[in-house]
Ligand binder design. Sequence first.
Ligand code: ADP
Length: 354
Amino acid sequence: MASLSLQHIDKIYDNNVQAVFDFNMEIKDGEFIVLVGPSGCGKSTTLRMVAGLEDISAGKLFIDGKDCTRLPAKDRDIAMVFQNYALYGHMTIYENMAFSLMLAKEDKYVIHEKVMAAAEILGLTAQLNKKPNQLSGGQRQRVAMGRAIVRNPKVFLFDEPLSNLDAKLRGSTRREIKLLHKRLGTTMIYVTHDQTEALTLADRICCMSMGHVQQIGTPLELYDHPKNLFVASFIGLPPMNLFNLEVKDGKYYVEGIEADLPDRIVKGIKDSGKDKFVLGIRPEDIKLGGDFVIDVTLNENTGHFTLTHGKLFGKTSCAKFRHWQNFEIGEKVNVSFDEEKIHLFDADTTDALI
Ligand code: ADP
């Protein structure tokens, strides 16, 4: 188990591409941290610098208070689980899990105990004599985790471990990883581009874009109080609806349509002294009944909720209603907004204002 301190870390690759800019984060012992963001935002590079697989160009990395910035990967006591499992095809599952301990010349009885214990935790006991190609994708990913567990590392790193699994297995394996963390209590850092994985797994999320940290916080903090437009639109599915808002001659225009706004928003506008904004409304914060109108273009019933797509203030938007709603294409549905949940962003800086 370990705490980590990442201080002012930059990564500049040999071709002068800067992948990570001034990354700062304090990670507590036993925390589950998820680095999330779109492809190319620098998540894997950050993880690989923690692992020691990439040099740190500037800044410092401390593990349990010890400066590990230049420490070779093999001396960091960190285990990494990759998306492609990287199992040895000619070895049995047992041998795959035992391999690193055998290399370390661990006693064979100790190895046996550790492999059997990890297999038990991961439900792989009946598969130990099989070869990787006899296992499903989900089982193979569990073997990859087993290989990490037997080493009893200080920190687990996961690089998009669920990407190669189908949707159903992704869900069940995700839950297994969460339970594994509860059981082992080891510090984990997990990289994904999938905001659902981030929200469901993390104690704290670090959301990144173009090499820069955008926000660090609990899943609920990022969901309810996104710091800027990037986080607001990246976290949440379907994404937050965004509308341009302008103030002209003391009147408010949403996508060019004059509208009355709640006092809370009006106060935010006045306090900022600005005149161009973006309003954000999550699909579930749109309520049936009210003075605003959605011009329905598509209605999707999923059983326990309905996604109603249509034009709101003339802009394609999505509302999420409870239960089964039967709206026809072309139907005009009256709606209102949960006023406490409306977000206001500065159109220039993209920062949240309230
Ligand atoms: P992510 O994991 O968020 O998808 P990466 O950390 O893999 O992003 O990549 C971040 C940026 O660094 C990208 O622009 C990518 O092209 C670049 N990059 C990654 N690896 C290398 C490398 N070995 N050499 C040069 N540029 C790289």
